[in-house]
Design a protein around this ligand. Sequence first.
Ligand code: CTP
Length: 455
Amino acid sequence: MSDGPGSNRADGSATAGASLLGATVVLGVSGGIAAYKAVELCRRLVDAGAHVVPVLTANATRFVGAATFSALASEPARLELFGDDSPIPHTELGRRADLVLVAPATARVIGAYAAGISSDLLVATLLATRAPVLVCPAMHSEMWEHAAVQENLATLRRRGVHVLEPESGRLAGGDLGAGRLPETGVILEQAARILAAARHTGGRARPLSGRHVLVTAGGTREPIDPVRFLSNRSSGKQGHALAEAAAELGADVTLVTTSGLPVASGVEVVEVETAAQMAEAVLERAGTAELVVMAAAVADYRPAEVATSKLRKADGPPEIRLVPTVDILAELGRRRHAGQVLVGFAAETGSPDERAKCKLEEKNVDLMVANDVEAEGVGFAHETNAVTIFHRGGGRTEVPLQSKKGVAEAVLHAAMALLSGTPPCKDGSAGQVLTAGSPGSEASAPHAAAGSDRE
Ligand code: CTP
């Protein structure tokens, strides 16, 4: 799903190409001012080697003429459910599509799609296709924030539709706010990720499709003065591998990270530095997440005061008073909503069992992933990891030494079993030991690429 190590963080347009090559993309355009941006999107999809079939709603043609799309796309723009050569254009388009991409998607199209009302060729095609669908809403902030729109989008997400959230910025009429269609490069990157994932899974259902997964990564940095901070050895590799693996399994992934490592394409990134910033970013987003994986190494303490200018050696050894930070995972454990799965990580020295099990209970989480950071090939400086996943209720899964991507997949498989309501241990017996990702095991196929370290 990732377009390789060159993937960048925000606008990943540079890497979008490979999976678009040869793909049939039905480009749905509905009637908003951002329809003009769909012209550029159409051209760039064609440039990337996609076969593009534009489908315009009647209102879209009030903003941009069909002739413009016909001139740039691989086929003439389609407008009508009736009056076409084909008596069933929607099923024909739906079957041919490798991806249906709607940009911009208006509140009306989103509503009709969610309600299953095939009011025009675009919505009929959306209802008739089994291809993955990416919807890119764009509208005024008031409409975007309206409960009806948000509930319709939640319905679509639940059904496995990908939703690329709008950005904040200048809107029609000079207003400022959320609702702006993301940059073309961002849309292309997301489309490429979805197509790559569909190929990766060979058309099989992607088990996290439509699920929001929130992952944290890296060690927080707690400032002492403008040049110094308290931190730990976490690199963020294990967390980034988790985000990548979750995206490949079809999830809509948000990664809250302190690390500058590359990010898998399509993953929403929130960069933070301190425990307080991470807490704010996570708690703000956790409400919509069905799965939260706290792989970050969050500082337990921060300096009570941050010096506004550099501390000088000549002033003698400073006394730095520390105060506790928010325990984000424990707070998530208190706030968790029904059906939400929480996963924590515990980097320990020596046998991790007892401490990890205690943390699982204390923080009210479902899985605690523990490792002995002093063991061979495990921990901060390595591309590999080996962990024990402790399950609430007593089971545990041993994940032997392998790439951090392989470990990420094993952790996600354990979490998915909880999401789908399957008990982690088949017979539910306390203390059962399962093995994931070991030679001959099917639980997790170790990946060749990507490494990581926890944290
Ligand atoms: N964690 C957190 N917020 C903190 C500290 C930890 O969310 N302020 C989370 C980590 O992301 C991890 C889990 O809690 O998923 C366990 O972290 P760990 O550092 O192992 O445990 P602590 O509770 O900090 O205990 P100790 O440092 O004493 O081992």
